[in-house]
Design a binder for this molecule. Sequence first.
Ligand SMILES: CC(C)(COP(=O)(O)OP(=O)(O)OC[C@H]1O[C@@H](n2cnc3c(N)ncnc32)[C@H](O)[C@@H]1OP(=O)(O)O)[C@@H](O)C(=O)NCCC(=O)NCCS
Length: 198
Amino acid sequence: MEYHITQYDLEQGALEIQYIEEYFGEFPRKKSASEIVERLAGRAHLILLATAALPDDPGTVVPVSFKVAHEIGAAEKESKLADLVDRLDGCVRFRDRRVLYTWIGGTRRDWRGQGFFRALTEQQEIWAIEQGFDEIVVKTKNRFYDMRGTLDHLRFEVVKYERNVSANAESKVYLSKKLTAEMISSHRSAKTVVQIPI
Ligand SMILES: CC(C)(COP(=O)(O)OP(=O)(O)OC[C@H]1O[C@@H](n2cnc3c(N)ncnc32)[C@H](O)[C@@H]1OP(=O)(O)O)[C@@H](O)C(=O)NCCC(=O)NCCS
């Protein structure tokens, strides 16, 4: 199978992500395009989206999986990001290194388990290595079992577990993957990547 991936610029990418997030009924707090622009503007970022044909209408291609990541550094001013850096203190080294934070992502239910998220993750790794990043970090929760299982398969390592004392399912799990040029040879997905604007 060949995966079709599009790398978007900020404005159009934000609209595409807002659109695809509408299909994720399980997450009540969806990101708006303006929220996405606000977060990503002025920092290195990557917006990737995979498309696929509808099974019963192969002529119609729709977005099925996405991944949005941005750089995060030691001197963050935005409160949520400063808090994240604080929480990762001692687990991830930010100083004199480039760290990419995978902020949001997912695959629409009907297309899960078909390798779309792996394909996006591998493309993200290629881009991150080209850009000189040293590590990718991601945050999830104990109760996001699909995401935890997927990150396990994608060889992310848990670097911190933050227990929620009243509800362990809500506990936060922080994971990371150190980047090396050699890891690209272990990639498995065949893909075509288009950049917009072309
Ligand atoms: C997690 C999620 C993104 C996986 O997307 P996907 O496109 O189905 O993933 P892929 O098919 O590319 O699978 C990638 C790898 O993870 C594994 N995997 C996928 N779903 C899994 C699951 N539920 N449990 C265990 N492993 C899983 C696959 O077997 C594959 O491993 P392999 O390539 O070694 O065989 C998707 O299930 C999703 O969007 N879930 C909801 C989002 C979510 O939970 N967000 C939480 C907020 S952090």
